[in-house]
Design a protein around this ligand. Sequence first.
Ligand code: GAF
Length: 405
Amino acid sequence: MSTELNEADMAAVARGQKLFVESFNEKATVASAAPGRVNLIGEHTDYNDGFVFPLALEKSTYLVGKALPEGQECEVVSEAMEGVVAKFMAEDSPASESVPGWARYVKGMTAIYARNGYKVVPFRAAIVSDVPLGSGLSSSAALEMATAVLIEALSDLQVDASKRALMGQSCEHEFAKVPCGIMDQLISSRGESGRALLIDCRSLEATAVPLDDPEAVIVVANSNVQHKLSGSEYPTRRRQCADAAKAMGAKHHEQKISHLRDCTLEMLESVKDELDADTVRRATHGISEDVRTLKAKSCLENGDLAGAGKLMHESHVSLRDLFEVSTKEIDALVEIAMGVEGVYGSRITGGGFGGCTVTLVKKSAVDELIKAIEEEYPRASGGLKATTFATKAGKGARVVTHLLA
Ligand code: GAF
C-alpha cells in the first residue's frame, strides 16, 4: 500500500510535518493519504444497493503521525483549525461528544477500529488537506480513510480495503449523523490511478475502467455553494427510495425485492397508486439511474465518449427534476457547460444541495469551457465565482512513510 510520492504528496506531507513539529515539538514518523472523489454517474444509487461509477481525485487528505505509549490519549491538530488540540482515548465510545466536530471523524475511526477488535495504538497526528471542504467531493470520507490508514500503519494492522470503507461508513453514520451509502469511502479506500471504478454497491465488487483516451478530459467545477448532507433532505430521499422498494416487494413477493436495485419501472407503475407523487419520482430516478450507469460504463469501455456524455446529462436532468437535489447555481454550471462545443456531457456530482459538477469534455475544448464558466457563472449565480480543475483518476488510500523516515 506504500507508494511513490508525487509533488502534491510531497508538498502536503511537508506542511503536515511542519504543523506536527510546531504543535508537538517532535517529528512525525508516518504519513497517510486518502483522496476525495468525483462521481461520473450513478448518483443516489449506492444506498439502493445499485451501481456507481466514481474515480479518486488527485487531491488527498493527509495525516502525519507518531505512536504514543499505551494508555495515553490521542492528540490531533488540523491545519484548518490552528491552535486547537483535540484529545481523546482511542477506544472511547462514539457517543461522547467531547471533541470538536472535525476531530470526531478521527476519534470515530479509532473507536470503530477498537470496537471491531483491532488493538489501536494511541497517536499524535496533524491533518492537512487538498480536498476542498464542504464541496461534495468527499472531504470527510478522505479524512476517515486517511485516519484509517494511519491507524493501520501505527498499530501494525492489515485490514481489507472494503472493510476499511465499511468502518468509515459507520463513522459517518454515528459521528457525522449522515446516513450515507458506501460510495465515497469505497472509492477513497480502493481508488486506482488512471481508472474509474464501476462499483456494485451490493457485492462491493469493483470493475476498473481505464480513463486513457488522450482526447477526453474530466473537469470539476465547484459552484462554491456549500453542500451539507446532515439536514433532513438526504435521509428523506433515502426513506422515499426504501418505501418504494418495500411497496414493490409486497406486490411482487415472488421476486425477492429488497432495494430499488431489484425493481423495474414496470413494477413501479404497478404500485404507483399506493405511493405519493414525490416517492414515485424518487424511485423513477433510482431505477433509471442504475440502467444509465451500466450503459455509461460500456460506453467508456468502448471509447464512446458522446454516448457516455449523453447519459451523464440525462442523469443530471433526472437528479434535477425527479430526485430534486440540484440547485439553481449547479443547473447554471451544467447549462453553461452544455452550451460549449466539444462538451460531451455535464452533471451534478455527489449528494447535491450545492457542491460541484463533473463535465466530460474534448481536450481541445477545455479552455473554452473554463472561459465560459468564468464569464457566465457570476451572472447566473448572482455574483459567485466557480472554481474549476481538470482531473485524472488518482490513487486510493495509502501510506507515504519513507519521506518521514
Ligand atoms: C453522498 C453520500 F455520502 C454517498 O453515499 C452517495 O449517496 C452520494 O451522496 C449520492 O450519490 O456523497
